[in-house]
Design a protein around this ligand. Structure first.
Ligand code: URA
Length: 263
C-alpha cells in the first residue's frame, strides 16, 4: 500500500542498470560499473546514480556515446540450424548466416546466444534480451549442452572414460562430460555427449583428441530446452514454460557468479 506522500512510479520506468543489461551492454553489475565510471548518459546527461530510472520508450541512453536500445518486450526463439550457415548476424563476405533463417525484421535486436560451427546442426537460441545471453554464456557458468555426434571409428571404453573425466585441449583440461554410446561399428560410432562449458569447437576437438574426428554433429539440447520436433531450417518462439525455464537458468547462473565475485 502507498504511504501518504509517496510518489508512485510509472509502470514503464526501468532501472538504468537493468535497461543496460537488457540492451546487451553488460551484466547488471558490469552496467553499474559503467554508470559509476561516468560512461552512461541519459538524454545527454551523465548518470552515475545507481537508483536512476529511465523510460525505455522515450529516453535516449548512450554508453560511450553509442545509443542503446531494447525491444519493448523481450523475445526468445529457437532455430534448428542446418549445416552451411555461419553463426553471425551478418557477413561482410556475403556468406549464408543464421540471420537469413530467423525473423530479424519482425524482432529487431535479435542476436544469437552462443555459436554452432558452420557444419553443426541443431538448437541455436536467439533473443532480444541481452541479460538472458549474459546469464547463459557466463564465462564460469555455462548451461549444459547435449550433442549427438557421429565420429570415425570404434570409440572404445578407455576413450569414453577419458572423455568423461576430461581431456587436455590446447586451452586446458575439459570439465567432466557425460558420454553415452548409442551405436557402434568398427568404422563409426554414434554417441550422445553433454558438456558444461562453451569453448570453441569443443566437441570436435575433444573427439579428435581421442582419435575419432567428428563426421556429423547436432545439438539436441541447450540447458532445459529441446527442439521438440522443430524441423531443420525452421524457428519457433519459446513457449511460456520454456521462457520461464531458460530465464530461471540464466538468473541462477548470474546469481552464482555474483556470489562468487563477492567472496
Ligand atoms: N562443439 C563443436 O565442436 N562445435 C559446435 O558447433 C558446438 C560444440
Amino acid at each position: 500500500m502507498m504511504e501518504h506522500g509517496e510518489v508512485q512510479e510509472p509502470a514503464d520506468l526501468m532501472r538504468l542498470q537493468k535497461y543496460l543489461a537488457r540492451a546487451g551492454v553488460a551484466s547488471r553489475r558490469g552496467s553499474e560499473t559503467l554508470m559509476t565510471s561516468g560512461r552512461v548518459t541519459v538524454n545527454g546527461l551523465v548518470v552515475t546514480e545507481l537508483g536512476s530510472k529511465v523510460n525505455p520508450r522515450t529516453d535516449q541512453v548512450r554508453v560511450d556515446g553509442v545509443l542503446c536500445s531494447i525491444a519493448e518486450r523481450a523475445v526468445t526463439i529457437m532455430l534448428n540450424k542446418p549445416s552451411g550457415y555461419i553463426t553471425n548476424m551478418s557477413d561482410p563476405q556475403g556468406r549464408p548466416t543464421v540471420a537469413d533463417l530467423v525473423p530479424v525484421d519482425q524482432f529487431p535486436g535479435l542476436f544469437h546466444i552462443g555459436r554452432l560451427d558452420l557444419d553443426t546442426t541443431g538448437l541455436l537460441l536467439f533473443s532480444t534480451d541481452g541479460e538472458l545471453g549474459n546469464g547463459l554464456l557466463h564465462p564460469r557458468h555455462h548451461v549444459d549442452k547435449t550433442y549427438i555426434a557421429r565420429v570415425d571409428g570404434f570409440l572404445n571404453a578407455q576413450e569414453v572414460k577419458r572423455l568423461r573425466e576430461g581431456v587436455l585441449l590446447d586451452d586446458g583440461m575439459t570439465l567432466p562430460a557425460q558420454v553415452e554410446i548409442l551405436e557402434r561399428s568398427h568404422c563409426a560410432t554414434k554417441l550422445r555427449i553433454t558438456i558444461h562449458e562453451g569453448r570453441k569447437r569443443q566437441v570436435r576437438r575433444m573427439m579428435s583428441f581421442v582419435g575419432h574426428p567428428v563426421v556429423e554433429l547436432e545439438r539436441i539440447q541447450f540447458g532445459p530446452l529441446t527442439l521438440h520436433g522443430l524441423k531443420e531450417g525452421c524457428w519457433r518462439l519459446l513457449t511460456p514454460s520454456e521462457e520461464a525455464q531458460i530465464t530461471n537458468a540464466a538468473k541462477a547462473h548470474l546469481a552464482a557468479a555474483e556470489k562468487e565475485d563477492r567472496m
